[in-house]
Design a protein around this ligand. Structure first.
Ligand code: FAD
Length: 421
């Protein structure tokens, strides 16, 4: 796979991870994991901890996909608010979702358990683009405090200076359960932990076929893997392997930049929180450990990346932080966010194939949990897995060729509404 999007700050500051080439021949295991992002690595590690023999196959290298190039924002929960979940699914199901997706921080637990050095920082700020957005945030914070005993700080417009030096926002919610990290170094740390637990990792190998759903073989060029269970953790690429699952997501290209280290970095984001704003096509940003601003903004519905990613993202950054409009930009990269119709992840099991994909821009935190729940279900306890697997899902309309254009039309509509206020 040629990667035009690889000029990333994360790749430039990645911890050492030697290439893990395939060993040609026939292999056997209990569980074959396809995809070396957070979902696949977490599932592989958790399966090995439960005593399964595991082989993980990655087409490129560990963290090649969204996991190694995202904004690094650890945002508690799902794309839907807890009150939206309760309105749709009732108290009992929304409680179960809340306990898993808001209360559990499996990323922090993994970082602590395995001593993963990935610049973890505490604090996430959701910044209101309009006064109406702020009113909705305030109501949700109140609801979370009263009905779920989940405390967040409501930050008024006048108080926003403690978190962000930008006049744009109308207030926000600061959540100490959230935070940010270096995603590629987290992926590498998970991979090292998985190897230490006995997982065999093969890189540079594109798995091309799952033979059947009752156990079977995985073909990798000249090798095969015979296995009892498969875990399909290929996210944006899932349709290549399983065309039917591919109907549930569309890939939306999203771009990030990292400035040069900034002398005034701490003034821009005094509390060092990660920030995501409430626009439909959101801006999200944070400081790196070496005081660069890492900024994501703008989406492109075409799969072709802009010729100059820095020039594409800079205006979004300049709108939020006019004081650094001309700051040097050292890196610009991008990746595909796999988005579902409902903006909720699509997780499940078909025969002996487990899958989890379509985290819709909220995957940095929940993918680790999803991988662990797959291992739990495989070992025989599916109760918690079923909470996520029970989330509603619907394929995008349109066949292979129309799906993306139709989804794009819908997304453009919301982006336009955003612009019109
Ligand atoms: C630019 C960008 C910014 C984002 N920012 C955030 C953020 O700040 N916060 C947040 O919560 N979420 C964010 N996300 C989303 C988040 O990164 C993803 O939800 C999450 O990383 C998905 O992890 P995954 O393991 O499921 O998939 P991936 O990390 O994409 O892993 C899939 C892997 O499968 C491999 N693969 C594919 N096909 C095959 C095959 N046939 N054989 C073998 N291997 C294969 C790929 O090479 C890839 O490494 C962002 C995503 C992008 C792209």
């Amino acid at each position: 796979m040629i990667d035009p999007l690889a000029n990333s700050y994360y790749a430039a500051t990645a911890h050492e991870w030697p290439a893990h080439p395939d060993i040609v021949g026939d292999h056997a295991c209990d569980v074959a994991v396809i995809g070396g992002g957070f979902t696949g690595l977490s599932a592989a590690l958790a399966c090995a901890e439960r005593g399964f023999s595991v082989i993980l196959v990655e087409a490129e290298h560990v963290g090649f996909g969204a996991s190694g190039r995202n904004g690094g924002q650890l945002i508690p929960g799902l794309r839907w608010s807890v009150s939206e979940l309760e309105a749709e699914f009732g108290r009992e199901r929304s409680d179960a979702l809340f306990d898993l997706c808001w209360r559990q921080n499996r990323v922090k637990a993994r970082i602590e358990k395995h001593g993963i050095a990935c610049d973890l920082k505490v604090g996430h700020l959701e910044a209101a683009w309009t006064p109406k957005d702020f009113d909705a945030m305030r109501r949700e914070a109140d609801y979370l405090a009263k009905r779920r005993s989940y405390e967040t700080d409501v930050i008024t417009k006048a108080e926003m200076g403690a978190h962000i030096e930008s006049p744009l926002y109308h207030g926000g919610i600061h959540d100490l359960q959230g935070g940010h990290f270096h995603p590629l170094n987290y992926a590498i740390g998970l991979a090292k932990a998985a190897e230490a637990a006995g997982v065999r990792i093969l890189e540079g190998q594109r798995a091309n076929w799952i033979l059947d759903r009752t156990g079977g073989e995985l073909f990798l060029g000249e090798s095969t893997i015979e296995t009892r269970y498969f875990i399909d953790a290929t996210d944006s690429w899932i349709g290549d392997l399983e065309p039917d699952l591919g109907r549930y997501t569309v890939p939306i290209m999203n771009y990030n930049i990292a400035t040069a280290p900034l002398p005034n970095a701490d003034a821009l984001l005094p509390s060092d929180a990660a920030v995501a704003d409430s626009r439909f096509v959101l801006n999200y940003f944070r400081l790196s450990a070496d005081k660069r601003l890492i900024f994501g903004g703008g989406e492109r519905y075409s799969q072709t990346p802009p010729r100059d990613i820095a020039a594409f993202v800079r205006p979004f950054m300049a709108e939020v932080f006019p004081q650094i409009a001309d700051a040097p930009i050292d890196y610009g990269w991008g990746g595909a966010v796999a988005v579902t119709m409902k903006r909720l992840p699509h997780i499940g099991r078909r025969g002996n194939v487990f899958f989890a994909h379509g985290f819709s821009g909220h995957g940095a935190l929940v993918t680790t949990l999803a991988g662990e729940l797959i291992a739990e279900a495989m070992a025989g306890t599916a109760e918690r897995f079923d909470v996520l697997a029970g989330l509603p899902s619907r394929p995008f309309p349109g066949g292979k060729w129309l799906r993306q254009p139709l989804a794009t039309l819908g997304l453009l509509y919301y982006a336009m509404k955003d612009r019109l206020g």
